[in-house]
Design a protein around this ligand. Structure first.
Ligand code: SF4
Ligand code: SF4
Length: 415
């Protein structure tokens, strides 16, 4: 904690990724509230003071901790200059807050519902499978299938997004994939509540998922939702519950089908499209790295690790596959924004911000929409229901308008 030098690099994207002065900020929280406490560094400073007994819990401390999307942009930038891990620190801080009852009433509404109804949408468990009504597909509660397709809470309950989640499933069925769904029996992955600081739920859902996958003989778990994908691929491994099936995002699975010729594009999609990297498919999706060892102080100052620690720096997320799909669509021109890949600006919907501070969530999305317009895109593609929802909400509130597509929708247009 003492190793944070207050260099403030965590507020910006790394120098080598800076392309345009209007789009070099990396931390939405620091950018919106313009006060050090809201950056990763401010949270280090407050935690250190707290541990030394110089400050106590307060509304201001709580505000800075929860007005953060847990997007990890700070983590990537900090590791360019200092190998400290702000995102892990903020995760631990949130867990401590929850443990000590320093919780937001807005979050509790969702957590209480999650405990009863197994979803993060304040909805009923009995309605979870409605998105798939009318589609003839295997029921994994009774039948076995090689591939499990999981809608995730956002897609399962947000009916405006149903065409995406239904479209993804239909493409798999039309391609002859042996696929099934759990319908009403599907449960939350636990990833979002974990990011908010609640750790019990993810353990419960990890155990449930392991059993459900085994019972249905599943070999590949396919997720149209980036949040779910990151929970299954990274968080479950982190908490010692690594799944013994292949975890894929839908773009990864569809990319395989495009490559082997199962999916063929027959139509032109004459659009200029930019791609928004969802945090949970990008830097946060980098595989978890387990490390066991000790910290050693060298020359009374430098902290080194024995054995050397391999850091997650965000470069190993899923960046190329969505872009390759977009570039392979006939007639589609891909233009890049200024903050991309591990330096992508967050959509604003993560970390419990959408639920507790909706105005901050849509402000963050509006900043991204400005960036998309600035590079001359007529449409923005993404690969996560939470991102699409937040961009749509921001436009409803007056942000720059642009067409928003999930990659699944663009694939369907081209088939
Ligand atoms: S968290 Fe990292 S990047 Fe931010 S001020 Fe501290 S050392 Fe610098
Ligand atoms: S996780 Fe994102 S919002 Fe939170 S401090 Fe880091 S960059 Fe800022």
């Amino acid at each position: 904690m003492q190793r944070c030098s207050r260099c403030s690099y965590c507020k910006w994207i790394p120098y080598e990724n800076q392309q345009n002065m209007d789009f070099i900020k990396g931390c939405p929280s620091a950018a919106r509230y313009n006060f050090h406490a809201y950056a990763a560094s401010g949270k280090w400073n407050m935690s250190y003071s707290f541990l030394q007994g110089r400050i106590d819990y307060s509304d201001a401390f709580q505000d800075a901790v929860y007005r953060c999307q847990m997007c990890g942009n700070c983590d990537v930038s900090c590791k360019v200059v200092q190998d400290i891990e702000p995102l892990e620190h903020m995760q631990t801080l949130r867990m401590k807050f929850v443990e000590d009852g320093q919780i937001l009433p807005e979050h509790m509404l969702f957590i209480d519902n999650l405990k009863k109804e197994d979803n993060m949408m304040l909805a009923k468990k009995a309605d979870r499978g409605k998105w798939a009504e009318g589609i003839r597909v295997k029921n994994l509660n009774k039948e076995k299938a090689k591939v499990a397709y999981r809608a995730g809470c956002r897609y399962a309950y947000d009916d405006e997004l149903w065409p995406i989640v239904r479209g993804g499933l239909q493409i798999l069925l039309d391609a002859g994939v042996d696929v099934g769904i759990w319908g009403d029996e599907e449960v939350c992955c636990g990833g979002r509540s974990y990011q908010w600081g609640y750790t019990g739920e993810i353990m419960k859902y990890a155990e449930h998922t392991m059993e459900a996958l085994k019972a249905a003989g599943v070999e590949i778990l396919v997720n149209p939702c980036s949040d779910c994908y990151q929970a299954y691929k990274v968080l479950y491994d982190k908490i010692g519950r690594k799944l013994d099936v292949e975890v894929l995002h839908i773009t990864e699975y569809l990319h395989r089908l495009i490559k082997d010729g199962t999916i063929e594009f027959t139509k032109e999609v004459p659009m200029t499209v930019t791609y928004h990297d969802p945090c949970h498919l990008g830097r946060l999706a980098e595989p978890w790295v387990h490390w066991k060892g000790k910290e050693v102080k060298v020359m009374g100052q430098m902290i080194c690790h024995e054995p050397p620690k391999k850091y997650r720096r965000g470069a190993n997320g899923v960046y190329d596959i969505p872009r390759e799909i977009l570039k392979s669509i006939p007639g589609l021109k891909l233009v890049e924004m200024h903050r991309i890949r591990e330096s992508a600006w967050c959509c604003g919907a993560g970390g419990g911000v959408k639920e507790a501070y909706p105005e901050f969530a849509t402000w963050t999305a509006a900043e991204r929409l400005k960036e998309a317009r600035s590079v001359g895109a007529g449409a923005m593609a993404t690969a996560c229901g939470w991102c699409k929802r937040n961009f749509l909400d921001a436009m409803e509130e007056g942000a720059d308008r642009i067409e928003i597509y999930d990659i699944i929708e663009l694939i369907q247009k081209a088939m």
